[in-house]
Design a binder for this molecule. Sequence first.
Ligand SMILES: [Zn+2]
Length: 421
Amino acid sequence: MEQQHIIDRFISYIKVDTQSDPESETTPSTEKQWDLVNQLVEELKQIGLEDVTVDDNAYIMATLPSNVEHDVPTIGFVSHFDTSPDFSGTNVNPQIIENYDGGDIVLNKEENIILSPNYFEDLLLYKGQTLITTDGKTLLGADDKAGITEIVSAMEYLIKHPEIKHGKIRIGFTPDEEIGRGAHKFDVEKFSADWAYTMDGSQIGELEYENFNAAGAKLIFKGKSVHPGYAKGKMINSLLLANKFIAKLPKKEVPEKTTGYEGFFHVHTVSGSIEETEVQLIIRDHSMKKFKKRKKLVEKLAKKINKKYAKKFGEDIVVCEINDQYFNMREKVEPVKYIVDVAEEAMKDLGITPIIKAIRGGTDGSQLSYMGLPCPNIFAGGHNFHGKYEYVPAESIVKATEVIVKIAELTAQKAAEGSLK
Ligand SMILES: [Zn+2]
């Protein structure tokens, strides 16, 4: 594969500002995402893909037809073209560091912004490689334009190399993943693949099919404001009630003290005054059983406070609302575990050590899996997403492209052997 060609493609994508906006209610959330959508649609047609479509919500789909006679399941590859609202994506000005020597990289001299392996040890994995970094003023957008680059480049490669046998492949590019809506309007029926992979992981080798079960809770504590000089036995301070509730949550089960499969409660917003205080938290756990227990605990604590104040306040003094956000895709992927095995085998064939671990978050793939499209996540190659220290080794983008090609090839082979199970 031609690295320079792939880098050029990647740069043509990151130059287009596609930042999404959580405040917007439209899809795509920002008009400017269309700029890249239009560019991609043209490119997909130009490299020779079929059924290139884009719907009113900017979801792009396209097909690479099968080039074999026998039946092969249709596989899909998915990534998102928006970038995070956390950091600017305007005027991305990438720097290419060839043959990285393992030292500090000056991103911005005037502002003394340094990308250093003393802090970001991962850099040392890529000594001797070609790194693509920011100029310290924007994010890079490797999340997830690296994924888009890999999918387009793999399709182009397969078209140019008809000797590589594969079944039908569907590709899908989505807006608004960074604001949690990438899968919301994804037309799984229209996509009509048997399974898919999101190319949206980080370090080379990552392969993920487990993620958190997730819920958000909002509690509104009420109070009674009375002149503080005459408040004895009358005032109820909702701030202190909220504080009591927070203090009852398990102190060690917070994001900053948990890792691996350990779940948590994360209080992220508290705002209010005497009369009313709102507390918002998120609840996360890989285990469904523990996840349910966590939600129960929040409800139980709220109930206790209500019981205590029933007489004095007359009505429920705290109202608790819990909403599920997404679920662990493992439940949907495990029954078709061979879709993970194929990806793992593809990596090993290419000399990549698979890193299989549970995601401490969610992916579009977890939502898609529950919409009927089982969808593990594969590395796209970038590091330090959503900020100025974001970087991606060109070699990782090329490797991920090769993984896509290999998965297509292996799937067709295994289908012929009848060993896809
Ligand atoms: Zn992403």
